[in-house]
Design a protein around this ligand. Structure first.
Ligand SMILES: *Cc1c(COP(=O)(O)O)cnc(C)c1O
Length: 375
């Protein structure tokens, strides 16, 4: 059993995919080929924003947006405590201070009340400039963007949506990637829309931010690549990855997003009645199900269940085992509020195999193994 069945996806897409790959190979336009522009136009339209700028990976996408806003030493950037390391890493990489805030136990996403508490604590201390807020569409579910945006706006901060796991999700009819002054997504193979390697993109409605990101991702270019007006980086999406993503977008829009939601519904049905907490999608929210994540009673039960599933040939993963504020790399950084919910989640979450090609038989196998594990 695969945790995320990328092989099956390739088999289904093989004719179109092979043709797309060979076309790029024959064209020899390996960097900046026409597929890159075509993909950017298509993604911007799908997400519902004015600009999409592709880049080398999701981490760079976050980094580029913060760079465009001039985030640097002396700045506070607010980051959910329950996320992948990169959300905080890019803040530290720019010399700014990540300030961690807690999440909601039901959605695993940004808790705007904890966020505001952290903002007030930093403001009261008076050492750091309030610069930006990030939230994360964890496991595909949109964060509470409207309330996070309200806090960012009230305190005069930029708002960056980390949509690395959230592509395709929707909140009140608006797609993930369309919230915030800018959003970042990732095309890492296991994300909802993945390529065959690394890739990422920045989304924004701001002409200024878009122009800055376009310059920053090509060595701070001015009128051309050899006119360099600022320090940037080298972060581009290869033509090959863009061609792959164009084929994958057909499948994503055509059926994958619907099918992964059907897989979630099959799980919820098959697991009903078991003594575990199933993931919830609030009214008005729509998930792209990057993960299907349960909550167990405590760390001992979670670890025992995971070991039992492994024996039964059912892969599972713990996203994430450690809160950001406990990561050694952030030691001594920005802890202004406690994050008990994140600590609890890190001890109790378990993600099951999840992807659009999951069939009922596999769901039933996972459910039976889980039932036995809970004994
Ligand atoms: C995957 C991920 C990233 C980083 O994306 P890469 O493409 O791997 O650099 C950032 N934030 C979150 C929440 C992620 O899940």
């Amino acid at each position: 059993m695969q945790f995320r069945d990328l092989k099956k996806q390739y088999e289904v897409l093989k004719p179109q995919m092979d043709a797309a790959l060979l076309e790029v190979a024959a064209s020899s336009q390996y960097i900046g080929g026409p597929q890159v522009k075509q993909l950017e136009g298509r993604l911007a339209e799908y997400v519902g924003v004015k600009h999409c700028i592709t880049c080398a990976n999701g981490t760079d996408a976050l980094h580029l947006a913060l760079m465009a806003w001039g985030v640097g030493p002396g700045d506070a950037v607010f980051v959910p405590d329950f996320t992948f390391f990169a959300t905080g890493e890019v803040v530290s990489a720019l010399g700014a201070t990540p300030v961690f805030y807690d999440v909601d136990p039901a959605t695993f996403n940004a808790d705007p009340i904890s966020l505001e508490k952290a903002v007030r604590a930093v403001k009261a201390e008076g050492k750091l400039r309030l610069n930006a807020v990030t939230d994360v569409d964890l496991f595909g579910l949109p964060a509470d963007h409207e309330n996070v945006a309200a806090v960012a706006e009230f305190y005069g901060m930029f708002f960056l949506e980390d949509a690395a796991q959230g592509f395709g999700g929707m909140l009140h009819g608006k797609r993930n990637g369309a919230f915030g002054d800018a959003a970042a997504t990732s095309f890492f193979p296991a994300k909802p829309l993945g390529c065959y390697g690394d890739g990422g993109a920045v989304f924004t409605n701001s002409d200024d931010t878009a122009a800055l990101v376009r310059s920053l991702c090509v060595h701070g270019k001015g009128s051309n690549k050899y006119d360099n007006i600022r320090i940037g980086m080298n972060s581009r999406l290869d033509t090959l990855q863009a061609a792959i993503l164009l084929v994958k977008m057909d499948a994503f829009e055509g059926y994958e997003l619907a099918d992964v939601n059907a897989a979630a519904a099959m799980y919820s049905e098959a697991l009903a009645g078991l003594d575990v907490i199933l993931p919830t999608v609030p009214q008005g929210w729509f998930s792209s199900w990057a993960q299907y994540t349960l909550r167990l009673k405590d760390a001992a039960q979670r670890d025992a269940v995971q070991a039992f599933l492994r024996e039964q040939g059912v892969p599972s993963n713990v996203y994430y085992p450690k809160p950001m504020h406990e990561q050694k790399a952030f030691a001594g950084h920005g802890q202004y509020v406690s994050c008990p919910v994140t600590e609890e989640l890190c001890a109790t979450v378990l993600s099951l195999p999840m992807h659009p090609y999951l069939d009922r038989r596999t769901v039933d196998t996972v459910a039976a193994a889980l039932k036995k594990a809970l004994g």
